[in-house]
Design a protein around this ligand. Structure first.
Ligand SMILES: [Zn+2]
Length: 340
């Protein structure tokens, strides 16, 4: 690897490798794929905090699907770093990690991040690239387009396979979620709106998802645990409908039986807030999707630690809060009324 160029264009990758290298705790690290940008090969890393155990619930945290949205990756890196600092002495963290699988995919689209583009190096928007057609009308261009990779939100050619980055993410998520009794995935993005959203599928249709009862139970649990939390927890289709949503696809492929539940979430950090406080940063692409002022960036890096911690606890104790068979229909109906 050309370290000098990577240091300049993709410091997050070197930071991640530094964290892995310095870790005294034995992480399981795999290079899942190599993405080519010109003569440079960039790895997609997967990290298991402790060796995967198929009998335990799983939390998968991913980021960097959109190369411009670097803050998602930075939030995960600071979380990994914090865990590694605490693991040697903090018995609570040690116990937590002995009762769950915690998996990270911190840079899903290293080529896009290197090039500072939303899309991957082929010009494809990975969140519009899955083989799923929207049921209703999508926003012009923004909902996904097949005209040209020179415009944003390009889905790729209709009959092509999914892009390498997406194939990698699907393979990794399925490797864990198909074996684990319970999985939550959280994919970190930034850019939409003033608020931080916790979105769940579907994006391709306005009708509800089958695990709506569990999502509602999780939302109530979050609100009860942190009454002043600031997340807008809702289906993505309330904001907009898109073609080819990656998490719609991952969720639809999952069997979702009683013995293997999957709850897919996306964290969409509202970047318009950072722009509202400092309008000049709207003039740069980086500023549209990332906090620029150091104190604001530090605040964002801290802001979601509580959420990650909550999702760890919720995964470990899923049997204590997912709706029992006899309440399922009732909770599903309440959720339907609340969101749809
Ligand atoms: Zn995004």
């Amino acid at each position: 690897m050309d370290k000098k160029r990577i240091k300049k264009k993709l410091p997050e990758l070197l930071e991640l490798e530094g964290i892995i290298y310095r870790s005294k705790h034995p992480l399981t690290v795999t290079k899942e794929a190599l993405v080519n940008v010109g003569d440079i090969e960039l790895p997609i890393y997967c990290i298991e905090m402790t060796p995967f155990n198929k009998n335990l619930p799983t939390l998968i945290l991913s980021a960097g699907v959109h190369g411009l949205e670097r803050i998602g990756t930075q939030v995960l890196l600071s979380y990994i770093d914090m865990l590694l600092s605490r693991l040697p002495w903090d018995v609570v963290i040690q116990k937590q990690l002995s009762e769950m699988n915690l998996i990270f995919l911190p840079i899903v689209n290293p080529g896009g991040m290197y090039l500072n583009t939303r899309a991957n190096p082929n010009g494809v928007d990975l969140m519009r690239n899955a083989p799923i057609e929207a049921e209703t009308k999508t926003p012009f261009l923004g909902g996904g387009q097949r005209f040209t990779s020179h415009l944003p939100w390009y889905c790729g050619k209709r009959d092509d396979d999914m892009e390498l980055e997406n194939q990698t993410l699907v393979r990794v998520v399925e490797r864990y979620s198909n074996q684990s009794p319970f999985t939550i995935t959280l994919d970190c993005h930034s850019g939409f709106g003033l608020n931080d959203h916790l979105w769940f599928p579907y994006a391709y249709r306005k009708r509800p998802i089958a695990v709506l009862d569990k999502l509602y139970a999780l939302k109530l649990l979050l609100d009860r645990t942190y009454p002043y939390n600031h997340y807008r927890f809702e289906p993505q289709s309330l904001s907009y409908v898109t073609q080819g949503d990656l998490w719609d696809y991952v969720y639809k492929r999952h069997k979702n039986t009683q013995d293997s539940v999957m709850i897919p979430l996306t964290l969409e950090m509202g970047s318009w807030n950072w722009i509202k406080k400092r309008p000049i940063q709207a003039l740069s692409i980086k500023g549209l999707f990332n906090p620029i002022v150091p104190h604001r960036k530090r605040r964002v890096l801290r802001r979601h630690l509580m959420l990650f911690d909550f999702l760890c606890s919720a995964s470990i104790a899923y049997k204590n809060w997912i709706p029992k068979k006899k309440n399922k229909a009732q909770i599903y109906q309440a959720a339907n009324q609340f969101w749809y």
